[in-house]
Design a binder for this molecule. Structure first.
Ligand code: ZN
Length: 111
């Protein structure tokens, strides 16, 4: 959908938070990161938004796994979190979001 959007020459999405504050929001750089990622410019993609880059790598890894599991008719991998593990997972996600935003704020001049 994004590829079709840019192929049609439609305008880049505008961030309301950035428009108001002049600072990047937690998802700023997502579009530019994705464009760089899909052009194979991985270092540039990391610089735009490290968390989005990690998410794109995760999606690619999952897609490869899913394709392999389908082709080989292998049993699906199941991960069941216990309550304690869910608590740590939430902490990791919140920390990753916070660290990513700190990184973006440190590089606010790029936006
Ligand atoms: Zn933004």
């Amino acid at each position: 959908m994004a590829a079709a959007w840019f192929t049609l020459g439609l305008p880049w999405p505008v961030c309301a938070f950035h428009q108001i504050t002049g600072l990047p929001c937690i998802t700023c750089g997502m579009t530019r990161c994705s464009v760089q990622f899909f052009h194979g410019h991985f270092l540039a993609a990391v610089k735009w938004n490290p968390l989005v880059f990690a998410a794109l790598c995760g999606v690619m890894a999952f897609d490869l796994y899913a394709f392999g599991a389908l082709v080989m008719r292998a049993p699906r991998l199941r991960i069941a979190f216990q309550q304690r593990e869910k608590k740590y997972a939430r902490g990791i996600v919140v920390s990753a979001l916070a660290l990513n935003w700190i990184y973006l704020l440190m590089h606010w001049r790029n936006f």
